[in-house]
Design a protein around this ligand. Structure first.
Ligand SMILES: C[S@@+](CC[C@H](N)C(=O)[O-])C[C@H]1O[C@@H](n2cnc3c(N)ncnc32)[C@H](O)[C@@H]1O
Length: 381
């Protein structure tokens, strides 16, 4: 039951910082809240089911926390459309990330052989368990009560999930660059993130996220979902996309590829020539490449070492570094020029062309990944 109007609720929320991130959901409201085509009725439904009441919160209320991305999808029509578009089969084990109170889970349990759900919020887990066992599905559900980013997944056939948007990038990375083999991942994502993911080489908005994901997977747009379909409504609209891992993946060192795309897509709209002429970039690549086995840069450093020892006041060292850097820069630009890449912009290049350029650099002893740092899969920025 609502205590106060929506405006009063917001005023109270503003009064305490910690309240800003949470709303109170009555424990039974997951089954009562339904999206409605009529905006006014939807607002009234929202107001009936949410409110801020200190006492209720302590006794039978449930906070929906912004920081955990807790926006529940309540429109049955959309939930059905997501399940249909995911192509789930009766023999499938589905991985659901962030089941919340189980709106999507119930549909997945009906359509699949079993569901593995990863949820970090104990209160959600409690509600989900009860709801699922009330409907006789307990045997088909495994709940992993953990942070999905710190969990090893058991085997599954496909992913279907309305995920917390604040972990979109590391989660997509974990799925597409992780060790699990699966058919597809149908994900409800922030619309802007989906658009970035869907961009193709040559598009004005082709970006590092898309180039990294599309190296190993295909991405298909499924549908847009309005923010009004969620309780509480987030600030942004959403889209459903389907990510399908490629059967054959390119034979490339992933860390080297990710470091290479970080360099290439770091400065929007620059040509490769102007990007690789920057002194800072040249010095960075020189130092990364010098430590690698088989790198010709090592030979340059050896010569440099002899030179340095002859010079007592250290001026030779500066000169030597400058010589190294300018020779190295010539080598980098030479590769770009000889192979027709100097005037090209990375966003216009295909995966094949980018992979070719990386292998030309590596063959010439020019490397991008810092082998001394611990490996991480970061897909953008
Ligand atoms: C957007 S809600 C989706 C809820 C439900 N699937 C639905 O559609 O109504 C995201 C859910 O993910 C959970 N969650 C947030 N961060 C998580 C994490 N790192 N690991 C696992 N679950 C997480 C939240 O507690 C919340 O239940």
């Amino acid at each position: 039951m609502l205590v106060g109007s929506k405006n009063q609720t917001l005023a109270k929320l503003n009064s305490t910082r910690s309240y800003l991130s949470c709303l109170v959901l009555r424990r039974d409201s997951h089954s009562q809240v339904r999206a409605n085509p009529d905006d006014d009725r939807r607002r009234r439904g929202y107001e009936r089911n949410f409110g801020i009441d200190g006492k209720k919160k302590e006794h039978d209320g449930l906070f929906l926390c912004k920081s955990k991305g807790q926006h529940l999808l309540t429109n049955t029509r959309i939930l059905d459309a997501i399940v249909r578009s995911s192509d789930v089969r009766p023999t499938d084990t589905v991985l659901e990330i962030g089941p919340g109170t189980g709106n999507l889970t119930m549909k997945l349990l009906e359509a699949s052989h079993s569901v593995v759900a990863v949820e970090l919020d104990k209160r959600m887990v409690e509600i989900l368990r009860k709801r699922v066992s009330d409907h006789g599905f307990a045997d088909k559900l495994t709940i992993i009560e953990k942070d999905v980013l710190k969990t090893d997944f058991p085997q599954f056939d496909l992913v279907v999930a309305n995920i917390p948007y604040n972990i979109s990038s590391p989660l997509v990375a974990k799925l597409v660059y992780g060790s699990n083999t699966f058919r597809s991942a149908t994900l409800l994502l922030q619309k802007e993130f989906s658009r970035r993911l869907l961009a193709n080489p040559g598009d004005s908005d082709f970006n590092r996220l898309a180039v990294n994901v599309k190296l190993v997977a295909d991405v298909r747009f499924v549908m847009d979902v309005s923010k009004r379909e969620f309780v509480p409504p987030p600030k942004v609209d959403s889209s459903v996309v389907m990510i399908t891992p490629k059967e054959v993946k390119p034979d490339v060192n992933v860390q080297e590829w990710l470091a290479f795309t970080r360099t290439c897509f770091g400065k929007k709209n620059k040509t490769l020539g102007s990007m690789f002429r920057q002194k800072k970039k040249v010095m960075e690549l020189l130092s990364l490449s010098a430590g690698r086995n088989g790198s010709n840069v090592g030979v340059m450093n050896q010569t440099c070492g002899d030179f340095e020892s002859d010079d007592e006041d250290g001026r030779g060292k500066v000169l030597c570094l400058d010589t190294d850097a300018s020779m190295f820069k010539e080598r980098v630009i030479g590769i770009l020029r000889t192979n027709g890449f100097e005037e090209k912009r990375p966003s216009k290049l295909s995966h094949g062309e980018l992979l070719h350029l990386l292998s030309l650099f590596n063959q010439a002893g020019i490397f991008f990944h810092d082998v001394t740092s611990s490996p991480i899969i970061d897909l953008h920025e």
